[in-house]
Structures are given as C-alpha cells and as structure tokens.
Ligand binder design. Sequence first.
Ligand code: BGC
Length: 962
Amino acid sequence: MQKPAPSMLRNKGRARCRGILGPPRLACRSLASKEILMAELAAPSAPRFEHRTDRGPVRGVTTASPRLSWSVASAPEGYVQTAYEVEIARGGATSRWVVESSEQILVAWPDAPLASRDVAVVRVRVRGTGWSPWSEPGIVEMGLLAPEDWSARFISPVGIGGLRQAAPEVRGTVQIDARVVNARLYATAHGIYTARINGVAVDDTVFAPGWTAYESRLRTRVYDVTELVLSGENTLDVTLGNGWWRGRFGFLGERALYGDRLAALAQLEVTTADGAVHVLGTDETWRARSTGILSDDIYDGQTTDLRFSPDTPFDRPVETVEADLGILIGEDGPPMRVTEVVPAVSVSTSPSGRTIVDFGQNLVGWVRLFARGGRAGDEVVIRHAEVLERGELAIEPLRSARATDTYFLSGARAENLAPSFTFHGFRYMDVTGLAELRVEDVEAVVIGSDLERIGWFSSSHGMLDQFHQNVVWGMRGNFVDVPTDCPQRDERLGWTGDIQIFAPTANFLYDSAGFLTSWLGDLAAEQDERGRVPHVIPDILRTELTSSPAAAWGDAAVIVPWTLWERTGDRGILERQLPSMKAWVDCLRIEASDDLVWRGGSQYGDWLDPTAPEDDPSRAKADPDVIATAHFARSAQIVAWAADVVGDSSLAVEYATLAASVRAAFVREFVTASGLVFSDAQTVYALSLHWGLIEDPALRARAAARLADLVRSSGFRIATGFVGTPIVCDALTDNGYADIAHRLLLQTQVPSWLYPVTMGATTIWERWDSMLPDGTVNGSGMTSFNHYALGSVIDWLHRRVAGLAASSAGYRTIAVRPVPPKGLTRAAASHRTPYGIASVAWSREGGEWMLEVEVPVGVTAEVQLPWGGSASVGHGLHEWRVVEPTAERTAPKTIRDIVDDETRWLRLVEVSSLMGVIDSDARIARLLEPMYDHPAAELGEAVWTRIWPSATAKAAIAKISD
Ligand code: BGC
C-alpha cells in the first residue's frame, strides 16, 4: 500500500521548457528541448480492466465486457493519439481491432462478451503518426457469472457454530489422481471466512468476502490455488467468523443483523493433465468442527484457546442453507489485506501498574504478540485504545466496544498471538497475564482495503505535512471495504455524509474508484422506492429516522459518483448511478416546499461546528434549512451535468431548469439584497460561493467579503462543521481572500486543523477538540480519534496550495493554479492520474519563485502563475521562474488592515496580553469586528472603547497602527 512518492524534480534531463522573465508576465517561454523532439512513442502500459488494480492477472471479473485503460510513458512533443489497436487472445484465437479514437481511459471492450471462467490475454498499441510497440499483456479471468455456474450450495454446521458459540470450520475432501494443471477456488460466505487447502491459506486477504448490502449483493472471490492442490487426497477447510453478518454490530447493540447462521459457499475446480475437471463444492457431505476461536466480534474482539488441537476431528454434520445465488457479485475494488506491520515503540508501566505498549501511530488492525514461557491455560488479555489519559488506556471513547483480545495459552515455550476475525483502532495496548514482554515481541498489524497509493503532498511546513500524513492514516483506517466513519468504537459504519465530503480527497490519495464503485452499488441497492438514502450504507440501522432524507448525507448518492467522474473520467459510473442520483433529487423535490425551499426534516446540518453543544453536534451556527436547500440545488445541478455527460439532453435540461429554480429560491429566501446570507455563518457563505448559488457578481463580492470578516473575527480559528470545512478555503481562495484561507490553514490554536498536530495526533480527530488542551479526552461520549471527515480540506491543499487539479474529467486537462501561502517556502503535489503521473512543485528562494510541472502523455496543463501569466503545455517536464514581487509594506488604512497584517496582528495580541487587556486573540478579533472599517489610527481608541479602558494600553496599542 505504501509506496514512496515519486521525486518531484526527477528526470531533469527529459522534456522541459525553461526561461526567466520578471513578473507579472509569464516567467519563461516554453522551449522544447532536443530530448522532447526526439522522444520515442513508448509502448502503452499493460491494459487495466475496469478499475481493478491487481498486480498480475485480474481474476473474478464479472463484467462480461470489461473496459480497458492504459497510459503511455513517453511520446514525441505534440503527440496526439489518433487510434488504438486492441489484441485479444482467448480460446485459442487471436483477434485485433483498430479504433480511430483519441480515448485511452475505460474504452469499450471490442470483442464479444466474456463468459464464466474465460481467460483473455489483451495487448494494446497506440498510433500518433506511427504505431507504438505493443504493450505488455494484461490478463483477465472471469468469475462465475450465473447462478447455474455454481454446483456448490451454502452449508452451515449443525449443532455447533451457533450464536455465542465457537467459530466453526467445515471441511470437504477431494481425491485427485492425475497431475494438476490448473485449480481455482470460488468462494464466499454468510459471515467472514478464511480458507485453507491442505492446511495452507488460499491467499493473503483478510475478512473475505468483505461487507456489502448482503441482502442484495454478496461478493465472491476467485483464488488461483494451482500450487496448493496435489495429487492424492486434498482437504479444503473453511473457518467462519461472525463479522458484519452475525456479530454484535451497530450502536443499537444488535446481533445477527443479516441472519443467525454462518454458512460457507466454496467450489474448487481442478483441471488435471488428462483434461478432466474435478469439482469439490460445499454440500451436505462436508463435515464440521468447532475451533479454538471461542468468540469473535468486530467490536468486542476475539477469544482464542490456543490449546485447540489441529487434529480435532471434523465429526459434526452440516446442512445446506437456502440462499439466492443470483445476488453473487464479483470484486470491483481491491480486497482487504495486511498492508503494513508497525513495530512497538515502547513498553512501559502505567501509574496503575499495567503494561502499556505504544506503537507510535494510531492505526487499524490488531496486535501480534510473541508470548514466551506461559503455562497451558494462562489467560493473556490485550486491550486497545487510541490515546492515553493520565497514563492509562482511554477506553471511554470506545463506548460499548470491548476491543479486547483474550488468549488461553497452549503451554508451548513460545507462541504467536493474533486474532483472525476482529480489528481494532488503536495506538496503545495494555496486556495482562504475561510474565514478561520485550518491545521486540510485539507489533501492530495494519489492515484495510489494499488500495494503491496514487497521491502525495509535501511542503516546507512540518506540521502541515504531519496533518497531511494524518489524513492518509485516517483514510487507511477507515477504508475497510466500506468507507466508515471511524474504526474503533461501536459504530464503524458507512456514514454517507462522511464519505460524501471526503471522496475528492480519497480519490487523490488512493485509487479508490473500484472501492467506491462497489459502495455506490450498495447505496443504489438500499435506496428505497421513494429515492430516500439511508444514512449509513450498508444500512444496518434500518429505522424510519435514519432513512429520512438528510442533506449532505443523502447527497452522497449524487456527489460521490460525480466525484468519480471528475477524477477518473468514468462515464459508465454516471450511466449506472444516474437512476439513483435522479431518484434522490426527485425525493428532495417532494421533500421541499412548493417554493423549492427544503425546510425542516431530520438534518445533521453543519455537523460538529465547534460551537455546537457537545451533546448536540447538529446545532450549528449555519441554519439547517440553508444547508438543505443548498444541497438540493447542488444535487439537481449535478444530475443535469451527469445527464449531459451520458447524452440524455432532455433530462439535462429538466434538471438544469430545476437547479436554476432552486438557486433562485435559495437567494430569494436566504440572501439579502446586500449579499448577506441567512444565519451569517461561514458555512452558508462557503456554500453560496463555492457552489455558485449566488450568481450576481456584486452579491458574490459582498458575500465573500463577509466570509473573510467572519474568519477574521473568529481569530482565524475554525468555525465550520462537516459541511463547511472542506470548502471554506476554496471559497476564500477563489474570491480574492487566499491570505485569509492560509491564516486559517496554519492556525495551531484550538479549534484548527493543526491543533491536533500540536497535541501529538497521528490521525484526524472526529471533533476539533477530541483531546482538550490539558490532555484529557473530550467527555461528550462521541469522541473518536480517527475520523477522516475534517481532514477533507487537503483536497484544496493539493489543488490550490500545491496547485494540481483536474480541470476536465479524469485529468485529461489539469489546472495548475498554485496560490503560495506566505508561510511556506515550498509545496509539491503528485498524483497518478489515469494518464500517468502529474506533478506540481514550487519553491521560493532569494526572491525567485520556481514552478516545475510534470504532465503525462495525453494530458494538457493550463498553467496560471500566481502573479499573472499563463500557458498551456503538453506532456513533459516544464519549468518557470519568476522574480517574486515584494509586497510593499504600506501603512494600514483600516483596522481590518491591521488584522490582516500578521506581524501587526501578533504585536497587537502580544501587547494586549502584556498590558493585561485581554489574552485571547480570538476575543480581540471578535470584539474589534464592528470597527474593521474604521481608520487604522483609531485602533487604540477601538481597544479602549470595546475592550479595555486603559490609557497606557491605548497608547501602546495605538503605535501598532503606525
Ligand atoms: C458518526 C459521524 C456521522 C454522524 C451522523 C456519528 O456517530 O460517527 O461521523 O456522520 O454520526 O450523525
């Protein structure tokens, strides 16, 4: 999962243009180097199938006509693909298709659809003026497409493996008397499973078959087990855990949400040298036994009796279980795996005498511990927590989740302890029952969906980089087959609102297309006939309340597919999701009043606005009706755009008209004639500006100015919740207030993005103050230390601080528009777009500002320099240098100018504090706000009248405006 970031300034000898001019014009003319002109057209990459990122053959595909994509590493300057050729070898025949097209992303499968088990070997080549060499082959192998392909049936043990009983295991055997040439295992389960052939695990994945909307979609996996099946008798064992199917799950304390029986479906197909195909499928001839896994729950942890003997006979019967094989689906995205192993940093003793281990990183997975010298039956108990409070594990944030793994030792001199059917969110553990524990005996095993890292950011600001890193870890811990809110407490649910705002960030950091495609399939499946979207997907809450339309949460149905289109160029996802997207907007049309304003309902609003009461995070400053109506307008507009993309022009017109009417209703209802937006909170301005709800330029200017004032008067601290946080910096930057956005970004006082970094955070917290400045845990009862939502601002960091953004679908064109913060001397972002790596890196030194841009083949970059000048460049490495204009230090005209001048502002705060006037910069900012327009010379007077009537302070402060 973790790959090093490609160097931002690599391959200097390659295609580049450079030059130096002074501002405000473009710094350099693009000079094509010799290398560019002479670059050969390289062979395309091996074709990719749909959004699968498997290294090697892509197995278990159930899309009969999988779309193909490729990238081209290098090409001559001016190269444009004019055609491509696809070669497909399957069933002993090879065919070729030439397609006159410049497309290279998700192009249509040219051949007849593939059938179950088909294998195709696919190569591509591309033409500019001449043909490139052929790519390496990509191999696609189909899964089982129809219920009839399964001779196996779901089986469940009889008399064992019931609720609250030990995890069961089922075994089938098959005699193979010839040389094995090929063997495949097709499998899934009700519950989660591990499978072994002749005692060897069939692969390195965990928690198969993952979590989907089990009632309508159950994933299967295909394993290549050719190496594991031998001539002679073979055993196939499947161990079943409770997982999401039957464990205690959901904060309502329920169990067995999908059924009270665990069951396995497995079909082993072995082809031998004599051409025979031997099939071993789960049926009533299989046998079962209980295992040493005495209990297993995702929330509560696992209890394992290591005295369990592997020779325990399979002496229990099984029976077949009725199940609809029509709901079986293939994998869209990567499976879950162990993605990293993190060694312990320290072992220490807590004030109460407990043995505490620190892994140095808040992560998701489990502990692997090497126990020495225990006696048979000794009980070892491992508890997990994300933070320490007063030196002990802080377990209150876990609420009812026990997050405890227990082992009864076998008495062997040394044994490995690790669970198999549970995971925890933790940085710390404590352990009892061990005679000794050395730091080298314990490590944390990180698990999650095995996504490919494709996005990086770095800067000269250490805390900012740590913050970015925390978002990456937050994503790793919460992309556990579905996008979850948090990974540790009795929740871990696919909250729609959280992923709705995080999706752009997710798509930048990791290749999330397959993962989210799968989740959107679940969303569409669980939307009801009225178009309502449950608040969590898969929906295990199933209440009327959690199904009623909630703005920003239900809008995931529209915004997530649109984000996928924007970032990956997948038109097909829009085609597939459009009925679901439209159904949501139609639902809102009914929900809203006749005047198209969406009032009331059960809204989360600007969830977790820092001033909302601890016990009611929805009571934000931003009015919920404003937020709801804004989302109605936004989603209607996106449906119109999506309809346009898929070529449904009448639908596009219908929803564009609706969107325009809702925008008009929004302005009529919530925007004053002078550009103030009702409830006067940062979030309502951010929405109005960023989503174009206010169109009139004069009103927009006024709204933007008001937003900037609100940020100033909050002392440049965060004043937004889930809805406003990802977009407030965009709204400021795009409307002439980038400096204000940068002040907000680099703030370290609570509430801010960097405050948790100052407190040692290694993930993003749920609340702005999940840990209070005194080191105690926020006692609100809803305090996770691993929630990615508030980290969504890094998408802006990539796009507008480093300056790397997609300006047309799939990054076919990219917009390079960095706006460098004063507090940074360099920033860089790099992203593997569908076309290849794109990078932007800027730095400043000695009055010169340098920009380096790497553009992949097939992509055009529109570059806009911060102080004027623009260029459009094709693939290759390009560089500009400008002399950075020095900001003239002029005397401030207004009190607002003093607030905006960071040096003067800090002086004001310092003097105020020294003179005992007031020691909170945030309060000074707020109290001064009514006087922002007053002449700077009135600062002393302003402080005198509004804050503290002290003559000495007045004199000292008055000097600041000089
Ligand atoms: C979750 C949030 C979620 C919210 C909705 C919380 O319990 O952790 O992230 O979006 O509920 O109200």
